[in-house]
Ligand binder design. Sequence first.
Ligand SMILES: [Zn+2]
Ligand SMILES: [Zn+2]
Length: 349
Amino acid sequence: MPSAKAYAAHQAKEPLKPLDLQRREPGPHDVLIDILFCGVCHSDLHQVKNEWGFGAYPMVPGHEIVGKVEAVGSAAKKFKKGDIAAIGVLVDTCRTCESCKEGLEQYCEGTIVWTYGGVEKETGKPTYGGYSTRIVADENYVLRVSPKLKLHEAAPLLCAGITTYSPLRHWGAGPDKRVAILGLGGLGHMGVKLAAAMGAEVTVLSSSPKKKDDAFRLGAKRFADMSNPKSFTDYAGYFHLIIDAVSADHDFTKYMDLLKRDGTLVLVGLPPKSPAILPFALTAKRRAIAGSQVGSIKETQEMLDFCAQHGLGSDVEVIPMQKINEAFDRMARNDVRYRFVIDMASLKA
Ligand SMILES: [Zn+2]
Ligand SMILES: [Zn+2]
């Protein structure tokens, strides 16, 4: 069995420490990937702290994985040794439900095998994520990465990128559409880049005026400082679409009022409290509030190809694996522009 070096939370809320693990022997449709980079997603921190209540330990986080194919199974067709490959938040689904058959496996009605914290179908053992040197996965759930992409900047596309790309596409972001990105963090900064590349007029809604220059550099046409109450009147009824990437509690009604008739606010952040919305904020202009979860394998591939075509990547700070606990602390304070990415060479030395 292929062995791997990893970093794991051995218990909830504990700092990550080294862990040696065995990956499964690659089956006919599997690929063995030598991991080069792994992005650090905010949900990794939530999971390590067991904030959603379903953490299993030891936990090896990481679901923004880019690497090089080291070996392929006898029946694998999509990849060959040496190819650049990527893995996002899921590594398998039921493959038989309506959503899976429609190619929307991120909404699988059966069991989604998450990249970490899931249960591997092949072995019945827990899945371990990308904070490790190697991983084995079914090639149907593995993405191709264009050599045009810078690999360290590509890693966060696998979660932050697709989580914003999918709702932008689904709700028709493009020319003549006024799109707001609420919250300029890991998700939001990708939302700005992607919506701008799709041709939409992008406004960043943020309570941190110091992020204004970044917003313009990333592709926004406008910046609205939401710590100033005047912004809520200036932009009332203005947007076709708001991508809400804020993970802290906020007043949804006030933001719904920024939508035009038939506009939609899409939740991609996960605030702890349920949204409370005054019904008039919806009925008066036939507005909708919706949610969206990552994207399908097909759409993730489309997004990676779109990013290669438009020269898009994430703004990253590359760290060695040994600095992960410090990175978690900084991420909790929003002290990152805009994504940490682990260079896995640091675990192989
Ligand atoms: Zn994520
Ligand atoms: Zn399914």
